[in-house]
Design a binder for this molecule. Sequence first.
Ligand SMILES: Nc1nc2c(ncn2[C@@H]2O[C@H](COP(=O)(O)OP(=O)(O)OP(=O)(O)O)[C@@H](O)[C@H]2O)c(=O)[nH]1
Ligand SMILES: [Zn+2]
Length: 186
Amino acid sequence: MHGFREEGTEKEHVALTFGDVSDGAPVLGRLHSECLTGDALFSLRCDCGFQLEGALQAIANEGRGVLLYLRQEGRGIGLLNKIRAYELQDAGADTVEANLRLGFAEDQRDYRLCLPMLQHLGISSLKLMTNNPRKVNALTELGIQVAERVPLQTGLNPHNHRYLLTKAGKLGHMLGNLHQGEVAED
Ligand SMILES: Nc1nc2c(ncn2[C@@H]2O[C@H](COP(=O)(O)OP(=O)(O)OP(=O)(O)O)[C@@H](O)[C@H]2O)c(=O)[nH]1
Ligand SMILES: [Zn+2]
């Protein structure tokens, strides 16, 4: 485990590595944005906890990989604002509309902080586990090669179905099999 402090925000980020990641070959990796509710409190409103567990399992299976745990709670708006956004969503807004109503962009994340973290670890090429094209583009622009995008689709349930549809429809996430009929109702 490697700890990093971001200049300016003073946020503390963490990298977990498994095996030798600095030999130059593409590394199975995940940029995971903090989600206290999903990652630690088992919320079913999103897919974050399932993705975190799935990514760590995949890295363990591969015997080699990296997870950057980025303190970008709520797509960068912070925990308390995410709770406010959830209240708006309970009143009918979707996840993007809620952010906009609170005066934020739909996605406030900035991935530039990943570059010094990956450089420190000797990683220049990733097999990136994500459904989010913005992460692929951001890393590529930073000069990190994305040798492969590995889909990370897991945790679909009745509570996050609408949220995932919005991510696919408005945020460009590459998610297949989101049809209502395939979701068991509770
Ligand atoms: N503002 C806001 N943030 C949310 C909401 N639900 C989850 N999040 C945050 O969204 C971030 C995860 O982003 P996602 O869009 O789910 O996934 P991603 O990281 O972009 O893409 P993947 O790599 O495919 O997982 C975490 O920081 C969560 O806290 C929501 O309704 N509103
Ligand atoms: Zn989440």
